[in-house]
Write a protein that binds this ligand. Structure first.
Ligand code: HEM
Length: 458
């Protein structure tokens, strides 16, 4: 990925290191990740419990960080019930409403596209889960979530002394020197706010949402306190897990489309053929007829998987693999970036080429697995919402933007194109394209009118 890559190229398929007493294994090959994290999932599905995480309260409320066991199992089951394909279909209207809002915003102030790109998945998740509506990144829930997410900075072994000397977790925050402890307190506060505000300040309590549905069942005695607690935790986790990752993918898409006009043209020709002369906005029903758009989606996820190193799994038993001893408690990282840039699998891996996912007849080939969603029992539960074969928020954003706008490099006051750099940054929640300028204009007057009309009716 050119200059934006912060990792040194893998020197071997398996890399072992010990950082401040923690055994770390990095898997650079897909086959090793499938063998260890999937076929041996029974002993590769834990999560490392970092003291700072406990100090922020994340280990008991955020499914992503929960260790393997009954508590995690109950939460994961609730997530899956919420996000199975049938349920996801029932959220379809929410996705469409929010993607139409995104189109309207891009029409009105295209220069703020990065802001709206960020607002899009946040709006969907808060609406679907809580019935809470957000119109700006200054909304108190969004601010609380951003401040809480800053807590990821405490999760590396060296970021906080308490990760090396766990007893520091119990030292009162006012004792001099317990800086990380104080920070953890602050992040824990914002985490509680992130949970409290959408529950208490839901503007539209009549909106159908996961939480309103649960509260309705609760009012007739149909929900146990345990189920209620799990659902609150699930809603909180999903809100956190869905935002950064989706923003990263749609941001990569906008960057790639602005710099690859031939890809854009081909996609728009395909969309025009499917949608026809009576222009309408795309729907989920169009997906199967748009193989090239699908290939763009897969290439976006390959080119810049939002979490380059996934989320580490922890071994819960000793193991031996390819002659190497892997002790219990090892943090196992899947180097998703290395896997999706493996030259043996993907020729010219640093080039953005959707065609690599098509056969000679222009149909999708069988390279359908999106590695960006991780592996085994801890693989992303949001797959159905984020990707899957039918429904998703990344796909609907890609197809809707392509259908309605021409995206290109912006021009300066002399009419010269402003180059777009390749700089990305990892903010702990995902690898994001750094701010850039581009031109976003509606493809026709018809498109403009349609977006305005749809916006008025929704
Ligand atoms: C572009 C979009 C997304 C990407 C690339 C992504 C990627 C990932 C990855 C790599 C993991 C860790 C997998 C592992 O441990 O091997 C994960 C976990 C998770 N994701 Fe996603 N995700 C995305 C969107 C979503 C969405 C939309 C939701 C929910 C609505 C979601 C919910 C979760 C949850 C709950 C977990 C924790 C699973 C567990 O630890 O048991 N994600 N995701």
């Amino acid at each position: 990925m050119g200059r934006n890559v912060t990792y040194t190229p893998p020197v071997g398929d398996l890399i072992y290191l010990n950082a401040l007493g923690t055994d770390i294994l990095v898997l650079n090959k897909r086959e090793d990740a499938e063998e260890l994290l999937e076929r041996r999932a029974r002993s590769y599905s834990g999560r490392t419990q970092i003291p700072a995480m406990r100090a922020m309260g994340w280990d008991t409320i955020n499914i992503v960080f929960m260790d393997y066991g009954e508590e995690w199992r109950a939460h994961r089951k609730a997530c899956q019930q919420l996000l199975n394909l049938d349920k996801t279909r029932s959220y379809e209207d929410v996705y469409l409403r929010h993607v139409h809002k995104l189109l309207e915003r891009l029409l009105d102030s295209p220069e703020d596209f990065m802001h709206y790109n960020e607002l899009f998945p946040i709006g969907i998740t808060l609406d679907a889960l809580y019935g809470y509506q957000v119109d700006s990144l200054d909304d108190p829930v969004v601010v609380a979530a951003q401040k809480s997410a800053e807590g990821t900075s405490l999760l590396t072994p060296s970021a906080a002394y308490m990760n090396i000397f766990p007893f520091l977790r119990h030292i009162p925050p006012w004792i001099p020197g317990s800086m990380a402890r104080r920070k953890a307190e602050k992040y824990a506060h914002w985490t509680r706010e992130m949970q409290r505000i959408p529950l208490e300040d839901r503007e539209n309590t009549a909106a159908v949402s996961t939480i309103s549905d649960m509260l309705e069942r609760k009012s007739v005695g149909g929900v146990s306190p345990e189920e209620e607690k799990i659902l609150y935790n699930v809603a909180y986790t999903l809100y956190g897990a869905a935002g950064e990752t989706t923003v990263s993918s749609t941001g990569t898409f906008l960057h790639m489309i602005a710099t690859h006009p031939a890809v854009q043209k081909k996609a728009q020709e395909e969309i025009d053929r499917v949608i026809g002369t009576q222009f309408r906005l795309p729907t989920f029903g169009d997906r199967a007829s748009l193989p090239y758009v699908e290939a763009i989606y897969r290439e976006v996820m390959r080119y810049n998987p939002p979490g380059h190193l996934g989320v580490p799994h922890k071994t819960t038993e000793d193991d031996v693999y390819k002659g190497y001893f892997i002790p219990k408690g090892t943090a196992v990282f899947s180097n998703i970036w290395a896997m999706t840039h493996d030259e043996e699998k993907y020729a010219d891996p640093h080039e953005f080429k959707p065609e690599r996912f098509l056969d000679e007849n222009g149909q999708l080939n069988d390279d359908a697995r999106v590695l960006a969603y991780g592996f085994g029992r801890r693989a992303c539960v949001g797959k159905y919402v984020a990707s899957a074969t039918e429904r998703l928020q990344v796909w609907i954003a890609i197809v809707s933007i392509l259908a309605c706008f021409t995206i290109s490099k912006a021009e300066d006051e002399h009419g010269n194109e402003i180059e777009i750099d390749d700089e990305y940054e990892d903010n702990g929640g995902g690898v994001h394209k750094k701010p850039f300028k581009c031109s976003i204009v509606p493809r026709s007057d018809l498109v403009r009118k349609l977006i305005e009309e749809v916006a008025k009716t929704e």
